[in-house]
Each structure stands twice: as C-alpha cells, then as structure tokens.
Design a binder for this molecule. Structure first.
Ligand code: ATP
Ligand code: MG
Length: 402
C-alpha cells in the first residue's frame, strides 16, 4: 500500500511542513473551544485524504451543522492566505447524503437548486425498518424495554425480524395490531408514534445500499442537520445504521481482500463533527456502542475515525482513550483541560495543559501523534475549499446560507 501522509500545516517554530501518517487506520481527536478552528481543521484533514485517497477510500463526514457542503467551492474569502502558503484554492466533488427525501427535508426547491448549481451531488438515504434492532426501536421513542409500550414494540419488531427480510413501519403497525397480549392503550400510543416515524420519510421498503450512497470519488457529506436534533435520537439512529452497515460490510470485504479478491468497499474514513452529541459521556445514545466498537476493532478492517468536539469532558472516555492522534486547539474550561490532560502520553514532556496554555490564535493547535511519539505546536494550513462554519455563526437560519 502506498504511503499516505497528510500535510496538515507547519511547525509553529521551524515553519517546516508537518505531516500526519494515514497509511493505516487511525483515530483522530480534534478539540478546542468555540471558534478555535476544529471544523476547519477537520476540513483540512478531509481535503488531504481526498487528494491522496480518492478512489481508494470512502470518505464520509457526519455533519450535524450542515456546513460541509461548501467544500464543493473554492476558498475565495481566504484566497490570499492560501496563495501565501503556496497553494491554490479549489473545490472538491461533494456528495450530500440526505436522510429521507431531500426536497421534503430542505422544504425548499430553491435550496436544492442552489446546491446543484454549486456542483453538489444530492442523494437520498433510505433506511429499512429492519436495520434497527428491537432495542433500537424502543430507544428511538425513548421507551424502556420493561414498560408496557416498550414490551409491545420490542415484541413486534422481534417477531418481524425472525423472517430475516426487510419490512416497513406499516408492518410493525400490523404486528402490534395483531398482538393479543398488548393493552389497547399501549397499542394506540405506539400507533401515534409510528405514524410520526412514517412521516420522517426515512424508512423505506427498499433501503439504499451502501454502494448506491457512498462514492469513492466524492467527499460524502451525511447531512444530519436536516433532522431535528430534538426528535428522539433520530440523528444518532441514522449514524448508527450507517456505521453498523459499513462495519459489517468492511469486515466481509476485508476477508475478500485477504484472498486477493476485488473489493467494492475499500477502507473507510468516518469524520464526525460535534461528536459529543453522538458519543456522550455518562448516558446512552443509539450510536455510541457502534462507534466505540468502530475505534476499538477498526484497525483490522481498515476503519478510521475523526471526531471533533468543543467539550472533551462531554465525550465518552472509552472513545477518547482509543485516539492515537490529537489536535488540541485553544481550550479554557478547566474540566475540558482536565479531560485532555488524562490523555497525556508517556513520551510527553510535561502536562498537555501547559502546552495548550501557549496557544493563542485560531488555527494554532497542539498535535500529539502516538505513531511518531511527538508533540508539536502547529499552524493548520489554510483550506483549499470554502469553509461553511463561519457563515452559520453569523447568520441564524439555514436558508440564509444561500
Ligand atoms: N487554520 C486556519 N486558517 C485560517 N482560518 C482559520 C483556521 N482555522 C480556523 N479559521 C477561521 O476561524 C473560524 C472558526 O473556525 P471553525 O468554524 O473551525 O471553529 P470551530 O472550532 O469549529 O467552532 P465551533 O465550536 O463554533 O464549531 C473559521 O471560520 C475560519 O475562518
Ligand atoms: Mg465547528
């Protein structure tokens, strides 16, 4: 396999280029306070990956803010900075993956038209009801599996899954209707919730296959911002189903590779912005277990993870401890510094907090790399493509992005 070295920026002191090796599987953690440059740095890593791994790796960004589609456009606002650093601005091929019907999700044909005008390939992601376990269905509606409604829903999904084939939300409704052990009140309440689930437009009889959705020749942006964050873990559910299917498929494909057979799904890079929403500390989430498995067991099947968060203290420590590259931008909250400090490596000369204290400007970060056992203060290079994060902070509604 060819070496993959991501040129992330320059050494703060020597001005020499700084690389992060990404030939094998890696788990990268990006943190820093608000506006410190986390999403921007994530974009830089993705650009580097795409430049070197196009056609060879599936690159996916789980995007809860809806900011990464702008990577299809060149970084015009910072074109001077890009030129001064010795690069050219450019847009990348972006595929925007929208759970459900994009038109319904955006609620505005003009937005879709603008996205397409900007060169973004918009595709729909459909999930089959059978992709969720009985437990996941209960969790989606916040139902305990020991309470009456939870028991009824669990039983319905479990019995449908015995047939080992796809089914619809209507099938679950039918199954509940047939259940003679369930109370009428539970049935009615479940009916209401499942009818709401139908309206989400995410569940379909014919789910989209991974190969239909994810492209090796695009940056795949999974737009989770179109799902209401408050809707009982809908975003987490979508990410869980996607990660689970990728994980299973990659494990299978890996076996084919070992026998020298062609593979449809080569290695995968999954980047998750605002990761504390998905892998929270101290409480469960629909995708937490899967993502922890992804970092723990991903090395073999070639699954890499990049997570970014404002609050290291709010991320599950089990995931954090698996990360082998850290980009720490400026952090000030003591609990976050403390959470990071616990990750201090043995090869570090002093505490991480002492290094972080010296970071001042945006785009500056401390890079801790387990592979090279090095700690470097760096300046992250300017982005080739347009960064969408700034606009979202200045403008309040999504529509005004365009
Ligand atoms: N390496 C860099 N070079 C040039 N500009 C940068 C760099 N890093 C960040 N910036 C600028 O700083 C702004 C904020 O960065 P970014 O959106 O990445 O912050 P963030 O840490 O993700 O914040 P939030 O917590 O609000 O998501 C960007 O709009 C960008 O213009
Ligand atoms: Mg951000």
């Amino acid at each position: 396999m060819a070496e993959v070295n991501l040129r992330i920026g320059t050494d703060y002191e020597s001005n020499e280029p700084v690389y992060v090796k990404a030939t094998g599987s890696r788990a990268i953690f990006i943190c820093g306070k608000r506006g410190a440059g986390k999403s921007y740095t994530m974009g830089v890593i993705i650009e580097e990956l795409f430049n070197q791994e196009q056609g060879k790796a599936t690159i996916i960004i789980a995007d809860p803010m809806g900011i990464y589609h702008t990577m299809s456009l060149p970084n015009v606002p910072q074109s001077d900075e890009v030129r001064d650093a010795g690069f050219l601005t450019k847009g990348f091929p972006v595929r925007l993956i929208v759970p459900g019907d994009p038109l319904v999700r955006f609620g505005d044909a003009a937005i879709l038209a603008k996205l397409r005008e900007n060169g973004v390939d918009v595709v729909s992601l459909q999930i089959n009801a059978a992709d969720l376990s009985p437990e996941a269905w209960c969790e989606l509606f916040n139902l305990g599996i020991n309470e009456a409604m939870g028991i009824t829903l669990w039983r319905a999904v479990d019995s449908l899954q015995e047939a080992n084939r796809p089914f619809t939300v209507d099938d679950i409704l039918d199954e509940i209707e047939k259940d003679t052990r369930a109370k009428e009140a539970s049935k009615e309440a479940l009916e209401n919730r499942l009818n709401v689930a139908c309206k989400w437009g995410i569940f379909a009889q014919e789910p989209t296959t991974l190969n239909e959705v994810f492209s090796l020749n695009h940056i795949n942006v999974l737009d989770l911002s179109v799902l209401d964050a408050g809707t009982q873990g809908l975003r987490n559910m979508v990410l869980d189903v996607v990660a689970r299917r990728l994980f299973t498929e990659r494990t299978r494909e890996r076996r084919r590779e070992e026998f020298g057979l062609a593979t449809k799904l080569p290695r995968v890079w999954l980047a998750i912005d605002e990761a504390h929403q998905f892998v929270p500390k101290g409480r469960s989430s629909l995708c937490k277990e899967m993502l922890i498995r992804w970092v723990k067991e991903g090395r073999q099947p070639g699954l890499s993870l990049i997570v970014a968060t404002q609050q290291p203290a709010a991320i599950d420590p089990e995931l954090l401890s698996q990360c082998d590259v850290i980009f720490a931008h400026k952090i000030t909250a003591w609990e976050d510094i403390y959470a990071l400090d616990r990750l201090s490596a043995t090869y570090m000369d002093g505490d991480l907090k002492n290094y972080i204290r010296n970071l001042n400007r945006r785009g500056e970060a401390l890079l801790v790399d387990d592979e090279t056992e090095s700690v470097t203060t760096i300046r992250v290079r300017p982005r080739f493509s347009s960064h969408g994060g700034a606009e979202i902070q200045e403008k309040t509604t999504r529509k005004s992005l365009f």
